[in-house]
Design a protein around this ligand. Structure first.
Ligand SMILES: Nc1ncnc2c1ncn2[C@@H]1O[C@H](COP(=O)(O)OP(=O)(O)OP(=O)(O)O)[C@@H](O)[C@H]1O
Length: 599
């Protein structure tokens, strides 16, 4: 999944996002830098103090002045640190929010095929944890990394100006630190990537088990789910330990070596002072400066780790952002004056990315206003075929057309206004019944809501605690499967589409309710071209004609009676759909009689 890029390439991609806030980040950097310079100035005051005042006969006034100057510098340092925070916090949170919103927008655009492949936890962790981390890095880590580097460079320069011999000792300590930081960077990048990916997988598991809590409980699988979660959590723990160990190892080096240099430097410094090559003031100032320089060096482990984690967060973010949306509007979209709703599959073929061909040479003609049922054995590709109409997936060969225009030639938003869908597996959003039903309605009025609820026989909504304003969905009131399906059906009806695509939307209804819904649907569907997957003969009865999907293609189209009379496979499928033990011959006779009577 991940592509190796250099640190600067990855971080460079942040530039368009941070460009608007660069002035404030820059001001934050200046404040942090000034704070460091102030910190480096304090030893120089000490030097003057030691050399001039702490000598026999030195003036006590100078001590007071030095104390006041040091106090003032200390206050200035603290003030500058506070100012740095003030400058960066607001813009960093703005960038975080903008990137999060852009990511969310991109996720909405990406194809269903993309979402089939990606675990929800991986996307969740990218949208939440990774971006929060980036914010912290922008506001603190990045600035401190620059300031630390500059402080060390300036500090070492100052140290050289005071005593090149002592400064060389400290510089010698820098060589193993740099070698170590190089190794650390390589190893830590790998382990931090692993940990962020594992955290994403863990989030997916939590999400799945919360969604599937009823199934887990009902099948008594809670213990196994816990064991599985425990295993994953343990893997993440091991990775975090490996991360912490690497960081601790590096921190040990960056803490120990400056201390060692300090010890050796002290001995050499005292010798130099004794031989008169170095003044006492310069010696004191040298070690005070060395202490100021040592602190950021000690922090460098943490800052480097933060930088590497931020790089990984950026890489993970751009993996999603770089994924192209392959289902888009054409440059020159066809804008129909009026849509009649003639739906045709013309030698259409389709296969999922990770599978072979599922559908091939599908040819089917559905007249405007006609209701066509789609029947086939389970797994034959009925749902996949339906999803080609609103372009949730694109055909891999042939075409699907509406009024003779390839669905790929319509503006995608326009197409999805023309086509509405309701799936067997309903998704309701955490908002009111009203908002859920009127989600795609061109006219979001009370009248449209009432009509849609009436057709879908979802009048129960009026009796909910707050009526149609009751909050449903994941965070709201739990509805029964049949109630959810009726709300989803009402949503599709309220969209007033020219083409309605229904994937067995009545499967969870009891027989009486289904009958009532069908009666009302029949009234409204005469104007709407409808393709409906049927898993029950009663749904088939709703249709003018039936199409049989067999071995990935449409092998027969006709009325239910015709197919029942002529097609063995259709009889087999209908028999397997029907839950009740029915005598097909008797049903056929009944249907023939009814047909006879109608003529
Ligand atoms: N996202 C996917 N990626 C890969 N294969 C898939 C995907 N979704 C479905 N399939 C496979 O494609 C085949 C057809 O699935 P589809 O859901 O279209 O069948 P169906 O006829 O609607 O089945 P059912 O009647 O059981 O609802 C199945 O073998 C299924 O495993």
């Amino acid at each position: 999944m991940s592509k190796q890029t250099s640190f600067f390439t990855s971080v460079g991609r942040l530039y368009p996002h941070v460009r608007p806030i660069l002035p404030r980040l820059f001001m934050g950097l200046i404040c942090a830098l000034l704070a460091s310079i102030v910190a480096l100035t304090i030893p120089q005051v000490l030097r003057v103090l030691v050399n001039n005042s702490l000598q026999p006969g030195g003036s006590t006034d100078a001590v007071w002045i030095a104390a006041v100057v040091i106090l003032a510098l200390g206050i200035a340092e603290a003030g500058l640190v506070a100012l740095r925070r003030q400058f960066v916090i607001n813009p960093a949170t703005t960038v975080e929010t903008r990137m999060r919103v852009t990511l969310y927008g991109h996720l909405q655009q990406l194809t269903v095929a993309f979402h089939d492949r990606w675990g929800s936890g991986q996307l969740l962790s990218r949208a939440m944890t990774d971006l929060s981390f980036l914010r912290r890095w922008m506001a603190f880590g990045a600035i401190m990394l620059v300031v630390t580097t500059l402080t060390v460079i300036i500090g070492v320069g100052v140290m050289f100006s005071m005593s090149w011999q002592l400064a060389l000792i400290f510089l010698a300590a820098a060589v193993p630190i740099m070698i170590n930081s190089f190794r650390f960077r390589r190893r830590f990048s790998l382990v931090t990537r692993l940990s962020q990916d594992q955290a994403g997988d863990l989030a997916t598991t939590v999400e799945e088990s919360v969604h599937g809590i009823r199934v887990l409980k009902a099948f008594g699988r809670s213990r196994e789910a816990l064991e599985n979660f425990n295993g994953q959590a343990e893997e993440l723990r091991q990775t975090e330990i490996a991360k912490a160990k690497q960081q601790a190892g590096f921190t040990l080096v960056v803490t120990l070596l400056p201390e060692l240099a300090l010890g050796v430097g002290l001995v050499v410094g005292i010798m130099l002072a004794a031989s008169g090559e170095l003044s006492i003031g310069a010696l004191v100032a040298f070690f005070a400066t060395a202490a100021v320089v040592a602190t950021p060096v000690e922090f460098s482990g943490m800052l480097l780790a933060m930088a590497l984690t931020a790089k990984t967060a950026l890489d993970r973010h751009f993996e999603v952002m770089d994924t192209d949306n392959t289902i888009t509007s054409p440059d020159q979209a066809t804008v129909p004056e009026s849509v009649k709703g003639a739906l045709r599959f013309e030698h259409a073929g389709f296969g999922f990315d990770d599978g072979g061909t599922l559908l091939h040479d599908v040819t089917l003609d559905i007249r405007p206003g006609e209701t066509m049922a789609l029947v086939g054995i389970t797994g034959s590709g009925k749902s996949a075929l339906l999803q080609l109409v609103p372009r949730l997936y694109d055909v891999t060969e042939g075409a699907v057309t509406i009024d003779g225009v390839d669905v790929r030639d319509y503006d995608i938003d326009e197409l999805r206004k023309i086509v509405a869908v309701a799936f067997e597996d309903t998704t309701l959003f955490s908002s009111s019944v009203r908002d859920n039903v009127l989600l795609g309605a061109p006219d979001p009025s009370d009248a449209a809501l009432d009509e849609a609820l009436d057709v879908a026989q979802a009048q129960f909504a009026y009796s909910l605690p707050d009526g149609v304003d009751t909050l449903i969905g994941e965070e709201g009131l739990s509805l029964s499967g049949g109630q959810r399906q009726r709300i989803a059906l009402a949503r599709a009806i309220a969209a007033k589409p020219k083409v309605l695509v229904l994937d067995d939307p009545l499967s969870a209804l009891d027989v009486n309710t289904e009958e009532r819904v069908e009666a009302r649907l029949r009234e409204v569907l005469h104007e709407t071209t409808t393709l409906i997957v049927a898993h029950r003969p009663s749904t088939v009865a709703l249709a003018d004609r039936v199409a049989l999907l067999e071995n990935g293609t449409i092998t027969a189209v006709g009325t239910h009676t015709e197919l029942l009379a002529e097609n063995d496979h259709y009889r087999y499928v209908i028999a397997s759909l029907d839950a009740g033990p029915k005598d097909l011959d008797t049903e056929l006779d009944e249907l023939e009689e009814a047909e006879e009577a109608r003529r």
